[in-house]
Design a protein around this ligand. Structure first.
Ligand code: GDP
Ligand code: ZN
Length: 285
């Protein structure tokens, strides 16, 4: 039988199958192969004396914060203020999502505190990233999120204080109330031990723990970087040099697109900044 690991506690895994949630142990062999089942894994269960996870299906990706496999979309949350928006950090989130092959949706929270200066939307105009505006505390603008849970394993990420937990409770709390199911999740205390868990909501799945709040881009290799900017895709193969780093080379089609206004300046400058970080890192290694 096939299923999805939605929770793991003390050596037990809770696997959602077509016939409900099954408590499983993992087969010992995983520990030797350096492969441990994690939340979000699609697994095969075999019934021995008791149900065991006998196989893990190939992962699409694997995040560390939160430790979840196969996330399909991330809402990158920022707030109008308290805290202020941070464009550099937003771009770090975006390239991280590209790296892990996760669809990113940019979400501006706390619109009740003032109007957006549109700097984020301006920057992303020449990309395909979607930007939505919400007030999580007031439950305003949440329809897009609710309507797009279906078929996804979603996570809310963003810096501390932007309203990730508030949003999570709004989305999950409402859903649980709508289905008439009263859950401990609504009332969970801040000090209780938290296990990361996947919740079924809106015919999709949602990680119940906010995702990473800061980003370290150290894992990105120089040759990968250009692939993390989707708006470069149409141009990068047309550069004069095959190994063009789109920095100082002549005949660079990315720089041409930049001067034509087809690629956003802030995004390009961010690209150069990360490229330089990678280059200076290499010197010391
Ligand atoms: P997290 O650290 O990202 O999980 O952020 P929290 O959900 O803990 O929220 C941080 C603070 O922002 C709390 O005081 C929330 O009440 C507040 N907050 C969340 N959403 C909104 C909103 O839509 N408008 C306003 N004004 N405050 C909000
Ligand atoms: Zn180039």
């Amino acid at each position: 039988m096939e299923g999805l690991i939605v929770k793991g506690i003390g050596g037990f895994y809770y696997v959602k199958t077509s016939t409900g949630i099954i408590e499983c142990k993992a087969r010992g062999i995983f520990r030797h192969k350096d492969l441990t089942p994690m939340i979000g894994d699609n697994v095969i269960i075999t019934e021995d004396d008791s149900p065991i996870i006998s196989d893990i299906l190939p992962r699409k990706n694997k995040l560390i914060r939160p430790p979840v496999a196969n996330i399909t979309q991330a809402y990158i949350i920022f707030s109008i203020k308290n805290p202020e928006m941070n464009i550099d950090l937003l771009n770090r989130f975006l390239i991280t999502c590209e790296y892990f092959n996760i669809k990113a949706i940019v979400c501006i929270n706390k619109i009740d505190l003032g109007s957006d200066s549109n700097q984020i939307e301006d920057m992303l105009k020449k990309t395909n990233y979607k930007v939505i505006y919400i007030a999580a505390k007031e439950g305003i603008g949440l329809d897009y999120i609710k309507n797009n849970l279906k078929g996804n394993l979603s996570v809310f990420s963003g810096p501390s204080g932007v309203g990730k937990s508030t949003l999570l409770n709004k989305i999950v709390g409402n859903e649980l109330m709508e289905t008439g199911e009263l859950s401990k999740k609504i009332k969970r205390g801040k000090n209780t031990t938290r296990h990361c868990e996947i919740i079924e909501v809106g015919q999709g799945f949602l990680v119940d723990t906010p995702g990473f709040s800061s980003i370290d881009c150290e894992f990105i290799k120089k040759e990968d970087l250009e692939n993390l900017f989707p708006e470069f895709d149409n141009y990068k193969s047309q550069c004069k040099f095959n190994n063009c780093s789109h920095n100082k080379e002549v005949g660079c089609s990315i720089k041409e697109a930049l001067s034509n206004g087809e690629i956003d300046k802030t995004r390009y400058e961010f690209y150069i900044k990360v490229l330089e970080e990678i280059n200076s890192r290499r010197k010391w290694k």
